[in-house]
Design a protein around this ligand. Structure first.
Ligand SMILES: Nc1nc2c(ncn2[C@@H]2O[C@H](COP(=O)(O)OP(=O)(O)O)[C@@H](O)[C@H]2O)c(=O)[nH]1
Ligand SMILES: [Mg+2]
Length: 420
């Protein structure tokens, strides 16, 4: 038996996301409509059906338990991390300037015991002349020790760090990320004493954190490009089609599927490329046909799917997209979100949220050639840990495309830093 449940949110994606959060992706979307509240605001209502057992399961709120245990795990992790940081700090102090201080401290304690001994002896012998000298020496040592302690927060290093922090922020990296990275080296600042050294560390951290998806041609693939209108989906599909069928170690068998029946000229645009390259192509307007065609294309190495751009309130396009991706084609569809490098950070976040109801597998960055400023894109990637697939670096089909490369991206960012 199936149960129908309705979810309401400000836009269809969020409403659908609620359903997925509750029941997982294995649900059927039965309707989505816009509703007008009494105050005139627009809401979206999405209805899904789920098997009764699944409904009961969710009712019995296993979810609460699991989110609780996730919290505990996070807490433990945080505590462990804090402990590790403390240990590092400790090691570091012992290992470096701390060692000098430690030595002085040992010296000082020797003098203390010497003074004590002397005092005893003096009391016994009634000798007082040397005592003043010793006390003076001890005081001097104390002053030196104090100076050394203050020396630990090396002003030069701190200002190099501050300068870099401001520069990175000006280049649109988020303060959250900058500070979390600078914090990691807080106790090793003597190693990163110049701006250049600090930048090296920042680069290393970016490199560690960025993920690149390797271009694995060993398996047959269905790749779908999604993203806002005009971002370069169709152009990228044409470049990819050419790459796979003509520009690699061997010719792969490619088919093009166009789901964009909205944009004027979209059908002709893809047909144009497909005809030049003599590649199998088809335009599709129903989920049923989508299923039939994808099954027909089973023998192809790569099926590339072009889609229509979508904004948060495109309810119709949203329902259609959901219908398409829920079609059982017997294989997984690799969903690539196309993001333009020219877009500002807040917009990247919005676009990602807008499309996140589709399980985004990777990011294709377009319009790499149109900006020198990669801070916003990097900030986005460092926040979301999404794998990069390709970079589109110009309008020229098929050549302006490269397999995503961390070093290339970081080098572009550095070029921007050098300009100050
Ligand atoms: N400069 C530059 N232009 C691009 C790039 N990719 C696409 N374009 C241009 O952007 C415009 C829209 O591209 P299109 O593929 O139709 O976008 P779609 O709406 O996402 O399919 C076209 O004029 C393309 O030539 C790129 O990497 N660099
Ligand atoms: Mg297009």
């Amino acid at each position: 038996m199936m149960i129908t449940e309705t979810f309401v949110a400000s836009d269809p994606k969020s409403a659908y996301a609620q359903a997925v959060e509750k029941y997982g992706t294995d649900i059927e979307l039965t309707s989505a409509k816009q509703i007008k509240e009494a105050d005139g605001s627009l809401l979206c209502e999405v209805s899904v059906t789920v098997p009764k057992e699944r409904f009961m399961e969710a009712m019995n709120s296993g979810q609460l338990m699991s989110s609780d245990s996730i919290l505990k795990e996070q807490d433990t992790q945080e505590v462990t991390q804090a402990l590790q940081a403390l240990e590092r700090e400790h090691d570091n102090r012992d290992g470096h300037k701390g060692a000098t201080i430690l030595k002085k401290l040992v010296d000082e304690s020797n003098i203390n015991s010497y003074v004590e001994n002397q005092n005893e002896e003096d009391a016994e012998n009634g000798v007082e002349e040397d005592e003043e000298d010793l006390l003076a020496e001890l005081n001097e040592l104390k002053t030196q020790l104090q100076e050394l302690r203050e020396g630990l927060s090396d002003e030069d290093v701190t200002s190099a760090k501050q300068e870099l922090r401001e520069l990175l922020f000006a280049k649109n990296l988020t303060l959250d990320w900058i500070d979390s990275v600078l914090e990691e080296i807080e106790n090793k600042l003597h190693i990163y004493d110049t701006k250049e050294k600090l930048i090296e560390y920042i680069q290393k951290r970016m490199k560690d954190q960025l993920i690149v998806k390797s271009e694995d041609m060993s398996k047959k693939k269905i790749v779908m490009l999604v993203g806002p209108t005009g971002v370069g989906k169709t152009t990228s599909i044409a470049k990819l089609a050419a790459r796979y069928s003509y520009l690699m170690d061997k010719p792969y068998k490619v088919a093009l599927v166009n789901l964009d029946t909205y944009k004027v000229g979209a059908i002709e645009q893809l047909e144009h490329y497909a005809n030049i390259m003599q590649i199998e192509h088809v335009t599709i307007s129903s989920a049923k046909l989508f299923e039939t065609k994808l099954r027909e294309f089973e023998a192809y190495d790569i099926v590339l799917i072009d889609t229509a751009g979508m904004s948060p309130f495109d309810t119709q396009k949203f329902i259609k997209t959901i219908e398409y991706i829920n079609v059982d084609v017997g294989r997984e569809i690799d969903i690539n979100l196309v993001l333009s490098a020219t877009v500002k950070y807040e917009d990247l976040i919005d676009i990602y949220n807008n499309f996140s109801f589709l399980n985004i597998n990777s990011i294709l960055v377009s319009k790499f050639d149109e900006t020198k400023h990669f801070g916003p894109l990097l900030s986005f990637l460092l926040l979301h840990d999404l794998p990069l697939s390709y970079f589109s670096i110009g309008q020229d089909v098929p050549y302006d495309l490269m397999v995503a490369d961390k070093n290339y991206l970081i080098a572009q960012f550095n070029g921007d830093l050098d300009e100050g």
